[in-house]
Design a protein around this ligand. Sequence first.
Ligand code: FBP
Length: 338
Amino acid sequence: MDVQQIDITASHPLALPVGVTLDRYIMHRQTAFPYATGELSQLLRDIALAGKIIHREVNRAGLIDLTGGMGVQNVQGESQQKLDMIANIRFKRALTNGGEACAIISEEEEDIIYTGNNHGKYVVAMDPLDGSSNIDVNVSIGTIFSIYRRVTPIGSEPTLADFLQGGRRQVAAGYILYGSSTIMVYTTGHSVNGFTYDASLGEYILSHPDIHSPCTGQIYSCNDGNVDGYEDGVKEYLTDCRKKQYTARYIGSLVADFHRNLLKGGIYLYPPTKKSPDGKLRLLYEAFPLAFLAEKAGCLATSGNQAILDIKPSSLHQRTPLYIGAPVMVESLVDMLT
Ligand code: FBP
């Protein structure tokens, strides 16, 4: 039997490079900062690792009885889903074992979580699994994280002050979206990059380099069921969107709605409502990290009164109205609010 001679060169389709892995990208970026010690890099890798595990659990949740509620409520008064708890445990463990985070706050827990790594330089605020209402119905959900360099002395017990520094003091922020594919999008204060998880390799691969969001768009995202409770300026803005025949898209998972609008141009609105007069979304682990990332990608984020990143935080689980997205759309909304 004649064996056909095929010439495998580096350019052969079977030999094409897989792309830049997250680990390699982090190491490369670290070399750009001569004073960098690798702790932030390790922390980002710890978060990415926990994200891989949650990717696996989300994908097989229906097979391993991981859907449904726990029958208990979290500090927000929301019923905790099994996957909420699993995600919370996995991220806490990864950050504790990683050794770089001295403390964590989580949407799922009332108080500061002390990791015991008092020599850690960083604290992490996180929403382990955002979009809880979508967990059981296979709709995209996500993890949101925000990282600060602590202000208390290294070696000492971290305190509230480490978490209430203000959004502009974040050193890194991002999210992991568990959707049709799993993607980690983050910034360390410079560019915004997205890495798609390739489970067959167990690696995140750079798929969305240097994301710059369109300055305007035709997509608006809000819970239309709450419109009657919105203030006049918001109602006026939504009427204008309809008049302009913009597209209404609302997944009900902040990370998923934000990600779509970041790439395509659009605005996400969660105004004050009768049920949530201060807004629903949490400042420290939902609004701050997405606003930090949004501004680096050319978007705007406001509470209606001020830029989200200029809000002075006063408590761990405080809420805020959130309007975030394409600058032209956010500015025209703010004009109608004032
Ligand atoms: P959690 O699921 O983490 O509590 O997040 C809040 C959230 O689910 C956002 O993801 C989403 O955008 C919003 O609330 C949906 O709220 P509503 O159901 O009131 O529209």
